[in-house]
Design a protein around this ligand. Structure first.
Ligand code: PBG
Ligand code: ZN
Length: 324
């Protein structure tokens, strides 16, 4: 039955009608806000490559965590910077790392805010790769030990969830068994399962000082041309014990998010990454787009594609708007 009996515009007639039939609603409940902690005290330093983001010393980060929680955002994703880098990323798995100090401060100040920690070596190694280097190559298996050790120090410091972002094979299983053996069987793992070798991580790498000194990450992160491989990555991570699987970056990979949500019965997370965030900020600064409208439309598209959880530097701004 077509026009004139069918009229699609009937259900778009006014705001309440549109509200009634809207299928995808953003909520602060599904946001995760990334935060960066750096060594030192009394520090809140703007990150030059990422408008609106800061490096917080552990003693300053609780203030920010309180604000995040007050906006109704349930979780943060914590990244850390070390005091010193070395070939094996020693400070990544030190019980007194910047991240562990920050976790303790945050959990003390806002026990109800979930602290998810990024587990990877790239910010801690002097070569900037996500794993150990042997004969010029990233060496998978010995890296697993260190990642598991890092995850365990975070859990001991009070982290609520572990998010490995390194893309080594087998790390989810190794982290799961290590946590379980140490009595942390209740701590979930959100794996960066389908993580692409994307050029959109640029601003983040400036923030985390984690640009590889040589080469790129293509021997461990995925080729942007592949989607079946993403399904395989996610399947393997779920088999190894991942509770939540992530697609990263979000936007350019909405097809992957869509397939993932139709294929798996675990929650799907998607990471709206630094370069995607900054393209919107930069265009808005130039007066080319309406930042808030583009932000909400963008986050809606990620959720509509099938993401249950959206990790975004816009979490605070979007949550404020949704509250208003
Ligand atoms: C570290 C890591 C990266 C991001 C999150 N964890 C960078 C990378 O893999 O080079 C990117 C986040 C962003 O761009 O917002 N493995
Ligand atoms: Zn890394």
């Amino acid at each position: 039955m077509g026009f004139p009996t069918t009229r699609q515009r009937r259900l778009r007639v006014n705001a309440p009608m549109r509200r009634l039939v809207c299928q995808t609603k953003l909520s602060a409940d599904n946001f995760v806000y990334p935060l960066f902690t750096c060594p030192g005290t009394n520090t809140k330093k703007p990150i030059s490559s990422m408008t609106g983001c800061f490096h917080f010393s552990p003693d300053k980060i609780a203030e920010e965590a309180i604000e995040v929680a007050s906006l109704g955002i349930p979780a943060i994703l914590l990244f850390g910077l070390p005091e010193q880098k070395d070939a094996v990323g020693s400070q990544a798995y030190s019980e007194d790392s910047t991240v562990c100090q920050a976790i303790r401060q945050i959990k003390k100040a806002v026990p109800d805010l979930l602290v998810i920690t990024d587990v990877c070596l790239c910010a801690y190694t002097d070569h900037g790769h996500c794993g150990l280097i042997k004969e010029g190559k990233v060496d998978n298996d010995p890296t697993l030990e260190l990642l598991a050790k890092m995850a365990l120090t975070h859990a001991k410091a009070g982290a609520d969830m572990i998010a490995p972002s390194d893309m080594m094979d087998g790390r989810v299983g190794k982290i799961r068994s290590t946590l379980d053996a140490a009595g942390f069987s209740d701590i979930p793992i959100m794996s960066y399962a389908a993580k692409y070798a994307s050029a959109y991580y640029g601003p983040f790498r400036e923030a985390a000082h984690s640009t590889p000194q040589q080469g790129d990450r293509k021997s461990y992160q995925m080729d942007p041309g592949n989607s079946r491989e993403a399904i395989r990555e996610m399947k393997l991570d779920i088999e190894e014990g991942a509770d939540i699987v992530m697609v990263k970056p979000a936007l350019l990979y909405l097809d992957v998010i869509c397939r993932a949500s139709q294929t798996f019965d675990v929650p799907i997370a998607a990471y709206h990454v630094s370069g995607q965030y900054m393209m919107i900020q930069a265009a808005a600064e130039k007066g080319l787009i309406d930042r808030d409208a583009v932000m909400l439309e963008t986050l809606t598209s990620i959720k509509r594609a099938g993401a249950d959880i959206v990790i975004t530097y816009f979490a605070k701004a979007a949550a404020s708007l949704l509250k208003a």
